[in-house]
Design a protein around this ligand. Structure first.
Ligand code: BGC
Length: 434
C-alpha cells in the first residue's frame, strides 16, 4: 500500500511516556461531526437526515431516547466552540458539514442559504482565530430524501455526492484546504446491514457491499472533480478517513495468523485496497470468498459488486492523504458463528478487543519515519455517541446536556492536551487519562 501522508485520529488518550517533539508543521487539533454536535435539526430550512428519521421513528434504537435534535447546540454556540478550540491551542478543527442543512432535498434544486451562511460563519470564525478548518463532507447524516430512493445502495448516489461536493468547493473551497470525503465508510455501510444504525435497512452481506461500492465510486469521482476543476485555484488536499484497527492473531496457530490478515483485508482493505494499493480494486481474498459463498448460496451473481476497469482506475490513487481513525487492536481467531449471509460470515474470523495510545504515534513519526502530517483527537466536547446517546464522554470539554444552555466545562484532559498542542511534546510527567 502507498500512503503519501497520514492524518491520525484517536478517540481517547492512553498511557504516554516521555519522548521527542512532533516535527515542525505537524498539525494537531480535535474533531466533531455535524449530527453529533449541531442540533437545530429542523431550523432555518435544514432537511431531515437519516439519523433524525431513525431516532424519531425508533427512539428505542438509541439510549435513553437521546438524539441529535439539540445535541451540543453548536449551530447556535459555534463561537463558543471556537474559543474552546483556541484555548486548546489547536492548529486545526475537523468538523463535518450536514448535507441536508445545505441541500434539504439532497439534490441541488434547493440550496439553503442559511446553511451556507452557518458554515461560512464557522469557517471565518476559525480563520480569524488562527485555526485551519478541516472539513468532512459526509459524517453519516444522509438527507432522508435520498434514502427514500435507496440511499447508498443506489449507484446514482455517486452523482448526487458529486453535485453536493461541487457546492462545497464553490462556496468554501477558497478557505478550506483540507477535505475528507467520507468518515469511516465501513461504519456508514453498517446502516445497510443492521437496523441499529441509520438508515436502518438491514440487508447484511448484500446491501452493505452495494453501499460500499457506491461510496468508493463517489469518493473517487469527487477526488477527480477537485483535481480537475478546483485544485489549481484552491490548492487544497482531498483524502478519506478510514477506521483501521490493529489486527493481531489471537494465538500463533497458522489458522489465526491467516485469519488476522483476512480480517484486516475485509475491514480496512475493503476501502483501502481500491484506493491505496498499486493494483486497485477489492482485495483478492474478498473477491474470492464472497464470489464463492454467493455461488454456494445458489445466487446468479456475487453479492460483492464488480468495478469496471475505468472505475478501478479513477478510484486507485484517489487520495492526497490517508485519514486513519484508530482506536484499538483486535485479536483475531479463525472461528465464526454468525448469521449468513453477512460480511462477518464471508470474513470467517472473530475479533477480541484491546488498546489505545499517543506515544506510539510519535514514535512512528520520529523513529520509523512514517510521514504522518497530523493528529486529530476525538473529540472537542462530549457529544451524541450515536445509538449510545450521551452516555459516552469522549470530549476534552464536558457538556451539561441537562442545561438548556448546554454549558461547556473544560476537563483535566483539556489542560493536558492544550500543553501538548502548544509544545508538540508529550509531557514527561504524563499520566493515564480517559
Ligand atoms: C467517529 C465518531 C465517533 C467516535 C467514537 C469516530 O471515529 O467518527 O463519529 O463518535 O469515533 O466512537
Amino acid at each position: 500500500m502507498w500512503a503519501p501522508t497520514l492524518i491520525a485520529a484517536l478517540v481517547t488518550l492512553g498511557y504516554t511516556r516521555a519522548s521527542d517533539k512532533f516535527p515542525d508543521g505537524f498539525l494537531m487539533g480535535c474533531g466533531t461531526a455535524s449530527y453529533q454536535v449541531e442540533g437545530a435539526w429542523n431550523e432555518d430550512g435544514k432537511g431531515e437526515n437519516i439519523w433524525d428519521h431513525m431516532f424519531h421513528e425508533h427512539p428505542e434504537y438509541g439510549t435513553n431516547g437521546d438524539n441529535g435534535d439539540v445535541a451540543c447546540d453548536s449551530y447556535h454556540k459555534y463561537k463558543e466552540d471556537v474559543q474552546m478550540l483556541k484555548a486548546l491551542n489547536v492548529d486545526v478543527y475537523r468538523f463535518s458539514i450536514s448535507w441536508p442543512r445545505i441541500l434539504p432535498t439532497g439534490d441541488v434544486d434547493i440550496i439553503n442559504q442559511p446553511g451556507i451562511d452557518y458554515y461560512n460563519n464557522l469557517i471565518n470564525e476559525l480563520l480569524d482565530n488562527g485555526i485551519q478548518p478541516m472539513v468532512t463532507m459526509y459524517h453519516w447524516d444522509l438527507p432522508q430524501a435520498l434514502q427514500y430512493i435507496g440511499g447508498w445502495t443506489n449507484g446514482l448516489m455517486a452523482d448526487y455526492f458529486v453535485e453536493y461536493a461541487r457546492v462545497l468547493f464553490e462556496n468554501f473551497g477558497d478557505r478550506v484546504k483540507w477535505w475528507i470525503t467520507f468518515n469511516e465508510p465501513a461504519m456508514v455501510v453498517q446502516g445497510y446491514a443492521s437496523k441499529y444504525r441509520a438508515p436502518s435497512q438491514p440487508s447484511p452481506g448484500v446491501g452493505d457491499y452495494l453501499a460500499a461500492h457506491t461510496l468508493l465510486r463517489a469518493h473517487g469521482r469527487v477526488y477527480r472533480l477537485y483535481h480537475q476543476q478546483y485544485r489549481a485555484a484552491q490548492n487544497g488536499s482531498v483524502g478519506i478517513s478510514l477506521d483501521v484497527q490493529g489486527s493481531a492473531p489471537l494465538t500463533n496457530s497458522t489458522e489465526d495468523v491467516v485469519a488476522a490478515d483476512r480480517y484486516q483485508q475485509f475491514e480496512a482493505g475493503h476501502f483501502a485496497h481500491p484506493i491505496f494499493s498499486q493494483e486497485g480494486d477489492y482485495p483478492a481474498v474478498m473477491r474470492q470468498r464472497v464470489d464463492a459463498n454467493s455461488k454456494r448460496e445458489g445466487r446468479p451473481r456475487s453479492r460483492l459488486p464488480t468495478f469496471t476497469q475505468e472505475e478501478v482506475k479513477y478510484i486507485r490513487g484517489s487520495a492526497d492523504f490517508f485519514g486513519l481513525n484508530h482506536y484499538w487492536t483486535d485479536f483475531v481467531t479463525d472461528e465464526v458463528n454468525v448469521t449468513s449471509p453477512s460480511k462477518a460470515d464471508d470474513t470467517g474470523a472473530t475479533a477480541v478487543r484491546n488498546g489505545e495510545y499517543l506515544t506510539e504515534l510519535q514514535q512512528a513519526v520520529n523513529i520509523d519515519k512514517v510521514p504522518v502530517i497530523g493528529y486529530i483527537a476525538w473529540s472537542l466536547m462530549d457529544n451524541l455517541e450515536w445509538t449510545e446517546g450521551f452516555t459516552r464522554k469522549f470530549g476534552l470539554y464536558e457538556v451539561d446536556f441537562k442545561s438548556p444552555n448546554r454549558t461547556r466545562t473544560a476537563k483535566d484532559s483539556a489542560a493536558f492536551m492544550a500543553k501538548i498542542f502548544l509544545s508538540k511534546k508529550i509531557p514527561e510527567d504524563d499520566g493515564c487519562l480517559s
